[in-house]
Design a protein around this ligand. Structure first.
Ligand SMILES: [Zn+2]
Length: 172
């Protein structure tokens, strides 16, 4: 057993040269995603392996649920993203591909783990502004919107539960 557990292990040693499709299902907690991620992640890796390197195209699908910034109703945010990685056995790999970062394969442990990359990609899908949605005019579609001019926040200033929610939002 490895002391450091790999949650999305890609065992290069067992793969022949050519194109492979690898499928993984991983729970958000396993790869340290925040509690707002409540669905399992579906991870598909298209892997193109040659004698010197492995080119990965990683597809990530899941969803997260955050409170709406305006009305605090839960908002489901779909996560559907992809990214590319290249792993090489030595420095001979050409740095030709745009936006590809060439990483080293450890010959003593040729099992690469894309957990951190998947986590980072999933978190990048969460926008700073999270609201129920917008109609064609750009107006929020909250069921119970809180118009600023109706100073709902002012009315609730003395409600400690509201303060707690506000501070939670600021911390994120
Ligand atoms: Zn809302």
């Amino acid at each position: 057993m490895n002391s450091k557990q790999k949650h999305i292990p890609v065992r290069l040693a067992g793969l022949g040269d050519g194109v492979h499709e690898l499928l993984f299902t991983v729970s958000p907690a396993e790869i340290d995603l925040p509690a707002e991620f409540q669905q399992e992640l579906a991870v598909r890796i298209d892997l193109d392996k040659t004698h010197s390197q492995a080119a990965l195209h990683v597809f990530v699908q899941t969803a997260a649920v955050y409170p709406c910034d305006r009305c605090l109703e839960p908002v489901t945010i779909p996560v559907d993203t992809d990214f590319r990685l290249v792993y090489a056995h030595d420095n001979s790999a050409e740095h030709g591909e745009d936006e590809s970062e060439i990483r080293q394969i450890d010959n003593n442990d040729p099992v690469i783990d894309v957990s951190e990359d998947v986590r980072d990609a999933a978190l990048l899908c969460i926008p700073m502004r999270r609201i129920c949605g917008e109609d064609e005019n750009g107006e929020p579609t909250c069921k119970d919107a809180i118009p600023p001019e109706h100073n709902a926040e002012t009315q609730r200033t003395n409600d400690p539960r509201w303060d707690k929610l506000k501070s939670l939002n600021l911390d994120q």
